[in-house]
Design a protein around this ligand. Structure first.
Ligand code: GRF
Length: 218
């Protein structure tokens, strides 16, 4: 079985990268990570890749005059490693149409909210301030609009009355580590069909029941 060659873009801790690295350890998993690129020198995620013997390089955005030049450098490194799909995993640079269109429908991003609610930054703080009863995370195919694009997978968690942005973030991050490997597997197995702004998954039933918060028994 040929495994899909994946490049991962990071900026920081790389715990989602770690979840993908762990998933790729299974010989039956249909994707392999061939390179990890960080725009920040010293991003801890770089060491996670190196611990697996995977190429990990810095493409520092500060070294480039404008976004397209930076994005061209990223693109060149990904092509050098014959990358077929790009995973954004805590990559904190907004990418322009230059990069997004080159990798059209060959990218995934993970975002810590139930998109299209709360795109952008400070998602957990904003979810708590809005009083939503559920939040969660989304893996989607990036488009030029920040955190927009066809949704592949979501996980839902309750927002508790006592939550702080930190406790909510931790609950959601644990789910991110489950849905990112799932979404990548579905992409790599060719089970995702994108029609316009909607992605359809073959042969996978949805959740068995509705979720209520507070519960109906209350
Ligand atoms: C995650 O919450 C991800 O959804 C967001 O940034 C965070 C990155 O965490 N885009 P990590 O670097 O994967 O640990």
């Amino acid at each position: 079985m040929a495994r899909l060659k994946v490049g991962v873009l990071i900026s920081g801790q790389g715990t989602n990268l770690q979840a993908l690295l762990d998933a790729c350890q299974d010989p039956g998993y249909p994707a392999e990570i061939v390179v990890v690129l960080s725009n920040r020198p010293g991003a801890p995620g770089l060491d996670r890749a190196r611990a697996f013997g995977i190429a990990a390089e810095v493409v520092d955005h500060k070294a480039f005059g404008d976004r397209p030049t930076f994005e061209a450098a990223l693109d060149a490194r990904l092509r050098h490693y014959a990358v077929e799909l790009v995973c954004h995993a805590g990559f904190m640079r907004v990418l322009t149409d230059y990069f997004i269109s080159r990798w059209h429908d060959r990218q995934l991003n993970i975002h810590p909210s139930l998109l299209p609610a709360f795109p952008g930054l400070r998602t957990h703080e904003r979810a708590i301030a809005a009083g939503v009863r559920f939040s969660g995370c989304t893996v989607h195919i990036p488009r030029v609009e920040v955190d927009g694009g066809p949704i592949i997978a979501q996980a839902v968690v309750p927002v508790l009355a006592e939550d702080t942005p930190e406790t909510l973030a931790a609950r959601i991050l644990a789910c991110e580590h489950k849905i990112y490997p799932l979404a990548l597997r579905l992409m790599a197995e060719g089970r995702v069909r994108v029609v316009g702004d909607v992605a359809y998954i073959d042969g996978r039933a949805g959740p068995p029941t509705a979720l209520f918060n507070p519960s109906l028994e209350r």
